[in-house]
Write a protein that binds this ligand. Structure first.
Ligand code: GLA
Length: 765
């Protein structure tokens, strides 16, 4: 606790305070600590995380929430990882860092010592954090501690090569509420010539030595994103990556590691992390020859090469990492909280997601003024708050063969521009959103005919089309200006509240012939930086516009894009049963507050599966609710059901989008059941969703044991769709709901139940 007092001081001031501290008696400090703590409590001030430097032992220590992180400078001036885990006693002093001994002549200390950020040099055989080729052919880099500063919650440590003017500044910031550390590195070239960065990571995380680790990670593909995978961490490397130019669905830049057999979904130690980068990336999980586990992450080193000019600085994206003692469930909740309170554009108070209608599955490319107005009228009757017109409104866009790149309103479909439709939508008390895919071009477009050189390509080589489109090279300043220009114009000329920003293919032939051959590979970095800067500029100029990151579903979801967008499209697969698994996987890393989930038609286009409208709603209500069904095909009963469900959703949405999520029964491993619970942050309410795949052999649905409630408080229960067991008491203690549990009456195939719990005030008890 005492370390809290050391935040906000420079190193010099900290040193003089350290001297002062030694002269003061322990009693005085204790008194001061207690006074400060009670003051924090009284004023509701969150304790700021502390960075403490122990000058005698040359160790840095950071504490926040339930986590402590320690690193030290060893005798060789290497920055050595010392501890990452459960918060330690405030007076615990960490022994100084000591380089590991060599493991025989074959493995020198450089390779056996767990380091925070190690250059490729000497005899390093583990994954390097930085690999440089100098113009004279030298490729050896030996980084040593040079200096550090502590400013508030920010620790910056400068490393320098033993002889060359290469400086690396490592940044650490620990989030007060969650203990999640943000780490990033800055490479500075102060030599007299350019050099090429061939590999660079944002950070390496070192875990306590162990052989019993299990890695969780996320895999997928189009329409099947967010599958949770598990594998034992064994000697060797597991590389999670994207070589696609963008985040991709094949792997997502997130990991979680726990110790096998030491805990359940809500217990045990979990170390987790996620990259804030939307380009090609890699996370390497490596168990070395001394059974030490390291996790490095950053831009993908495959086909990488960034020429850093004299005097230039390269900043890596951030790599976030955290620790939970409450199992994988606790790890997810920490990340969710961090995303909502710290990372999202309007954090700590991002707006609750409005209930949205999207035209895509109803009308696909066949959008026009009359058709969209008719849909809008129907959407308004069920309580929709935002009407979004999807693909098809621009250029010569009749299908996916033409039009991308030509961002003018199609005159045949909208003879009077977008205004009549937007006015109509506003008149129905909804705001208006529009689909765009700014980074793409169809060869059949005016833009491509005018600028065939604007796409990623190697001159004279084939250009691979996917969905009949090519990728614009956003790294080019002229392409950046074009994209920013048309989006700015669109938002200035039309009253648009929301953009669905799509991205429907991955890279191929990533050439950039306009720059020198040695600089071509900068495209992997400059493209993404321009994407981010366009989003930043648009947000600054149009602060009320919200943006969704979509990539044919969930192919561009990461903490980098989430910092600049308000929500993400989870998957094009809108089959409400498939969605249980998809959404379950998503929540391992990302908050339901951004997880868009639409109710669409049945039988679903995905599996031709028939599902009740109620089931489809309850599946989508676990995230941020949208409706994507063809309302022209609905009957009065459907509208009535939808109206009721939308009203229910509005009542629970704060709990779903801001609360703590417990995956009570996961649909993983072919489970017949799936149950989630969201508990309001202050414990005042909870909502539970339960789904049955198929009944078997007379077995009842498993009893649901709630979590995270206030054990002593009284909660009243209310069913959303009448499926609670008849013996369920109307009210009972939190302890009752958590220990005795609740039964729901689900029998048959594809059945769903939902209920809420509300805490009674003391007067009501
Ligand atoms: C992608 C998106 C869909 C829809 C189409 C439009 O596939 O994920 O939701 O917007 O593009 O072409």
């Amino acid at each position: 606790m005492m370390y809290a007092m050391w935040s906000g001081v420079s190193v010099d001031r900290e040193r003089s305070r350290a001297r002062l501290r030694r002269t003061m008696s322990m009693h005085l400090w204790l008194l001061l600590g207690v006074t400060l703590l009670s003051a924090c409590g009284r004023w509701g001030v969150a304790q700021s995380p502390a960075v403490h430097y122990d000058e005698a032992r040359r160790t840095f220590r950071m504490d926040a929430a339930g986590t402590t992180y320690v690193l030290g400078i060893n005798q060789q001036k290497q920055l050595q990882a010392l501890y990452w885990g459960k918060r330690l006693g405030s007076r615990d002093q960490f022994p100084a860092a000591v380089q590991s001994p060599p493991a025989a002549a074959f493995d020198q200390p450089i390779t056996t010592t767990p380091q925070e950020f190690v250059g490729w040099g000497g005899g390093l055989y583990v994954e390097p954090d930085l690999k440089i080729t100098f113009p004279d052919g030298n490729r050896d880099l030996a980084l040593q501690y040079l200096s550090h500063t502590i400013q508030g919650q920010l620790l910056r440590i400068v490393l320098k090569d033993v002889s060359r003017e290469v400086y690396v500044t490592l940044e650490y910031t620990m989030d007060a509420e969650t203990g999640i550390l943000r780490r990033a590195a800055e490479i500075q070239n102060r030599t007299n010539a350019s050099f090429t960065i061939e590999q660079v990571s944002a950070a390496t995380w070192n875990l306590p030595r162990g052989t019993d680790y299990r890695l969780r990670y996320l895999t997928g593909r189009w329409a099947a994103e967010w599958t949770v995978q598990e594998r034992a961490v064994q000697p060797g490397k597991t590389v999670l990556e994207s070589r696609r130019g963008t985040t991709g669905a094949q792997n997502n830049p997130w990991f979680a590691i726990d110790r096998l057999g030491t805990g359940g979904p809500e217990t045990g130690s979990v170390w987790f992390g996620a990259l804030g980068w939307s380009g090609s990336w890699q996370i390497t999980v490596e168990q070395d020859l001394l059974q030490q586990v390291r996790v490095s992450g950053g831009p993908n080193s495959f086909d990488f090469g960034y020429r850093l000019g004299k005097g230039e600085t390269f900043k890596t994206p951030p790599f976030y990492g955290g620790f939970s003692q409450e199992g994988i469930g606790g790890a997810s909740r920490l990340l969710h909280r961090f995303e909502v309170d710290t990372l999202l554009p309007h954090a700590p108070k991002p707006t609750l997601r409005p209930v949205l209608y999207n035209s895509w599955e109803a009308t696909e490319f066949r959008v026009d003024e009359a058709g969209q107005m008719a849909l809008a009228e129907k959407a308004a009757t069920i309580g929709v708050e935002r009407f979004v017109m999807d693909d098809g409104w621009f250029g010569q866009r009749k299908d996916d063969h033409a039009g991308l790149g030509d961002w003018y309103v199609n005159k045949e479909k909208f003879p009077n521009g977008l205004k009549p439709l937007i006015d109509k939508v506003h008149g129905l008390h909804m705001d208006f959103g529009l689909w765009v895919e700014p980074e793409m071009v169809n060869p059949d477009s005016d833009l491509y005919r005018k600028h065939p050189d604007w796409v990623l390509n190697f001159p004279g080589r084939p250009r691979t089309e996917a969905r009949n489109q090519l990728v614009l090279n956003l790294a080019r300043p002229d392409v950046r200006a074009y994209v920013l220009g048309f989006l700015d114009k669109l938002l200035t000329e039309n009253d648009i509240a929301f953009l669905k920003w799509d991205y429907n293919r991955n890279w191929s032939e990533p050439g950039w012939s306009a720059v020198a051959p040695d600089d071509e590979k900068r495209v992997y970095v400059d493209f993404i930086r321009n994407l981010y800067s366009i989003l930043e500029e648009l947000r600054a100029k149009h602060p009320r516009v919200e943006i969704e990151s979509c990539s044919g579903g969930g192919s561009r979801v990461d903490l980098g894009i989430m910092h600049l967008t308000d929500e993400v499209w989870t998957s094009d697969n809108t089959d409400a049963y498939d969605r249980l698994l998809i959404q379950n996987g998503f929540t391992y890393a990302y908050t339901p507050a951004v997880m868009m989930a639409w109710v669409t038609d049945s039988p679903t286009w995905v599996n031709q599966r028939t599902l009740s409208l109620e089931y489809r709603f309850l599946s989508s209500m676990q995230g941020s609710l949208g409706i994507g069904a063809n309302l022209n095909k609905w009957g009065p009963e459907d509208f009535a059901t939808a109206k009721t469900m939308v009203a229910h959703y509005k009542a629970i949405r704060e709990t779903v989008q801001r609360g703590s999520l417990y995956r009570l029964i996961t649909p993983e491993h072919e489970s017949e059941h799936s149950v989630t619970e969201s508990v309001a942050r202050d414990g005042s309410a909870a909502v539970v969703f339960a789904f049955l795949h198929s009944s078997r052999e007379l077995y009842p649905f498993p009893r649901i044991y709630l979590q995270g409630l206030d054990a002593d408080a009284t909660y009243t229960v209310a069913s959303l769709n009448g499926k609670l067991a008849t013996d369920t008491p109307e009210r009972a203690s939190g302890a009752y709901w958590m220990s005795r549990g609740v039964d729901v009456l689900l029998k048959g195939d594809f059945q769903a139940a939902a209920f809420t719990l509300e805490r009674q005030s003391a007067a009501q008890k």
